[in-house]
Design a protein around this ligand. Structure first.
Ligand SMILES: [Fe+2]
Length: 263
């Protein structure tokens, strides 16, 4: 690599000395920071509980079966919720380095912050994950606003704080409405979980009762290849017209309105 010292010009010795010094200092700082990060990661990886590596492997295998349609979506929901309920929450928090996530979280005044994270490289842990993941961070009284999905399965564990969690079955699609029926409406505390598929509990809405509050989330795309609808969030207003059989005719809304009403 060409060094800044090779730009040396006798006419500007002081400036170049400063530049060289700055460059060297920056390099030294970057190197120190990189070593710190690597040391931290290595220490972190070395301290991984083997049970967590095994748990992640099981979660990934389930996701793989779902993606290859060798597992029914509703069966996947039962199995992933069982795996989620079995996890030792303090160990999961250590595994994802939650203290660091908590430190850098900055939940917005409306809605939720989506935080990306990685797992440590550990023996027995999968090297390639077939699912996406994030952690939602919310202030008190803020929500992951009501929405459904197409061609996607997703599951959650409450990491910290309390939530009012609501799910609905999506029974019918109309041009401007979705016919939904409430299936879950209760308080969720740390360690509790829920899931969504194209067939059950499709619409969800989580409001933080305390803050900051955190949800661990994983999602698997393209679980219904025959479904040509675009994957993504479909926002609805669940406080709609009540129709026969305990159903609700929920108006389809956009992201802005969903966050204005419920964020
Ligand atoms: Fe969702």
């Amino acid at each position: 690599m060409k060094s800044d010292l090779s730009d040396h010009s006798p006419s500007q010795p002081a400036l170049l000395t400063r530049r060289a010094f700055t460059t060297q200092s920056v390099h030294a700082l970057l190197t120190f920071s990189l070593i710190q990060t690597l040391c931290r990661r290595e220490l972190f990886a070395a301290s991984v509980n083997p049970q967590m590596a095994s748990w992640l492997k099981d979660v990934n295998q389930l996701a793989e079966s779902l993606k290859h349609q060798t597992l029914d979506q509703k069966v996947w929901q039962t199995k992933i919720e069982t795996l989620f309920r079995q996890v030792d929450l303090p160990e999961l928090l250590k595994f994802i380095d939650f203290d660091q996530i908590d430190k850098r979280a900055n939940p917005p005044k409306n809605g939720a912050q989506s935080i990306r994270f990685d797992y440590p490289k550990a023996e027995g842990a999968p090297t390639k994950l077939v699912f996406g993941q994030q952690i939602f961070a919310l202030r008190k009284d803020r929500s992951v606003v009501p929405h459904g999905h197409n061609n996607m399965a997703t599951a959650f564990i409450i990491l910290k704080g309390e939530f009012q969690g609501k799910h609905y079955d999506r029974l019918e699609d109309e041009k401007d409405h979705m016919i939904i029926k409430p299936t879950i409406d209760r308080k969720f505390t740390p360690g509790e979980c829920s899931s969504v598929s194209d067939y059950k509990d499709n619409v969800h809405w989580f409001k933080a009762l305390t803050g900051p509050a955190y949800i661990f989330n994983l999602h698997i795309l393209d679980v219904s290849p025959a479904n040509e609808k675009r994957t993504g969030r479909l926002y609805v207003d669940p406080n709609g017209e009540k129709v026969a059989g305990g159903r609700i005719r929920a108006r389809r809304i956009d992201d802005e309105e969903a966050h204005r009403l419920y964020g």
